[in-house]
Design a protein around this ligand. Structure first.
Ligand code: NAD
Length: 429
């Protein structure tokens, strides 16, 4: 089947490539000419394990191409997916201007029946606006359908998540769109939930809000564990074995970040307010997360005494392992808080350094974790990259000025760390 993916970012590039891998003919479109040039030269503009090879294979097979021309993409395809960014505005509401822009372009370009599918995360009722705008700008009185197909992939395991998802959600308003979308996704063996557009849009926001709630719950619980001498990892294990609860997303740590949870949570609080409900529960989820990021700074201060003029090493900058994505990364909040207290910061990340440099040009970037540890008063682990689990801890400790280790992801065993001579503190244990 013929697919046009408008927006070739983390979601669009992975989704387009995976559709090609499933045997469909895909054209990925983006306004960012540099991105399209990189892709046309056989490289990829983001870090995502396994993606480069998959792109190459499908380009070579003639099933995947890249363009800056929306008209060409729309013309060639039955499905037109919208996968552009929906970043938060200053007031926390999602900025939907790219969605509107794309809807206009599709309306103008469309010459026969299309199924226009929202893949971006959008507030409930966006589908109605997409329909209105496409219709207003449509030169010919073409028939078209609007559908919602939210994406649940996670950066770092995006290909697997796309090809082997827990479920596929299809919000449709016609039998024709339903049948075509089911055909498109036929190669994927997963439960398919077919519903109306508003419910599909809500499923995405509700899922992300619920997962954020789980994380903030365990983070709040981690404080009780610390105060009572319990171990949050054991508590999570004991809770997680209950099938109604589940162990996933019960890892206490330095808070959640990324382009999805913080922004979708804020957006959902805003959407709810607009619809007349004050979602106080989610506001608290947000507050707990903010506090949690700053708790690692507080813990460092408690171990050092004064932060002024101290040197802090940060291990991990990306918002989670296996991605170079720095959007809303907890490391940014944490580093700013250290700097505010008068400390200087140096940091190491296996892949996110270039992106981090554009956000925080003033800190020192290191070539290795050992460089980041050299002569520091404390090391703070913010992202649990595999590489860190394999560190030579003795060597690390020997390079530090003071052996203070704040483990913001509970990557290490507290007993072993203490045996190695670290003044070690984790989260909730
Ligand atoms: P991104 O910023 O990586 O990609 C968006 C792309 O859209 C950019 O390349 C941008 O140049 C392009 N674009 C913007 N306006 C355009 C236009 N008018 N025409 C063509 N291209 C245009 O963002 P992303 O992380 O891929 O997220 C996209 C959407 O998917 C968001 O709504 C996000 O919330 C949602 N989402 C993201 C993830 C994730 O893990 N990143 C997961 C699920 C859902």
């Amino acid at each position: 089947m013929k697919v046009c993916m408008i927006g070739t970012g983390y979601v669009g590039l992975v989704s387009g490539t995976c559709f090609a891998e499933m045997g469909h003919e895909v054209i990925c479109v983006d306004v960012d000419k540099r991105k399209i040039d990189v892709l046309n030269k056989g490289a990829i503009p983001i870090y995502e394990p396994g993606l480069e090879e998959l792109v190459k294979r499908n380009v070579d097979a003639g099933r995947l191409s890249f363009s800056t021309d929306t008209r060409e993409g729309v013309d060639r395809s039955l499905f037109v997916f919208i996968a552009v960014g929906t970043p938060p505005k200053d007031n926390g509401e999602p900025d939907l201007s790219s969605i509107e822009q794309v809807a206009r372009e599709i309306g103008t370009a469309m010459r026969d029946y299309k199924i226009i599918v929202e893949k971006s995360t959008v507030p409930v009722q966006t589908g109605r606006w997409v329909r209105t705008v496409v219709k207003r700008f449509s030169k010919h009185s073409n028939e078209f359908d609007v559908a919602s197909n939210p994406e649940f992939l996670r950066e770092g395991s995006a290909i697997k998540d796309f090809l082997y998802p827990d479920r596929i959600v299809l919000g449709v308003e016609s039998k024709r769109a339903e049948e075509q979308l089911l055909e498109l996704y036929k190669p994927i063996d997963a439960p398919k939930i077919v519903t109306d557009i508003a419910s599909a849009e809500l499923i995405k926001h509700a899922s992300n809000s619920f997962l954020s709630t789980k994380i903030s719950f365990i983070n709040a619980l981690s404080i009780i564990c610390e105060q009572s001498g319990a171990d949050v990892i054991k508590v999570a294990e004991g809770m997680g074995l209950d099938k109604r609860i589940g162990r996933d997303f019960l890892n206490a740590g330095a808070g959640f970040g990324g382009f999805c949870f913080p922004k979708d949570l804020k957006a959902f609080i805003g959407i709810s307010a607009k619809l007349g409900y004050d979602f106080r529960l989610l506001k608290e989820v947000e507050n707990i997360n903010e506090e949690q990021m700053l708790r690692v700074v507080k813990k460092t201060e408690e171990a050092i005494w004064n932060l002024r003029d101290k040197r802090i090493g940060i291990l991990g900058l990306a918002f989670k392992p296996n991605t170079d994505d720095m959007r809303f990364a907890p490391s940014i909040t944490i580093i700013k808080a250290f700097e505010k207290e008068g400390a200087t910061v140096k940091a190491y990340d296996p892949v996110a350094t270039d992106r981090a440099r554009t956000i925080m040009p003033d800190i020192e970037y290191c070539q290795s974790p050992y460089d980041a540890a050299k002569d520091v008063d404390a090391l703070v682990l913010v992202t649990e990259w595999d590489e860190f689990a394999k560190l030579d801890l003795k060597k690390l400790r020997e390079t530090m000025r003071q052996p203070i280790f704040v483990d913001g992801r509970n990557l290490f065993d507290p007993v072993k760390m203490k045996e190695l001579g670290f003044i070690y503190t984790g989260i909730g244990r």
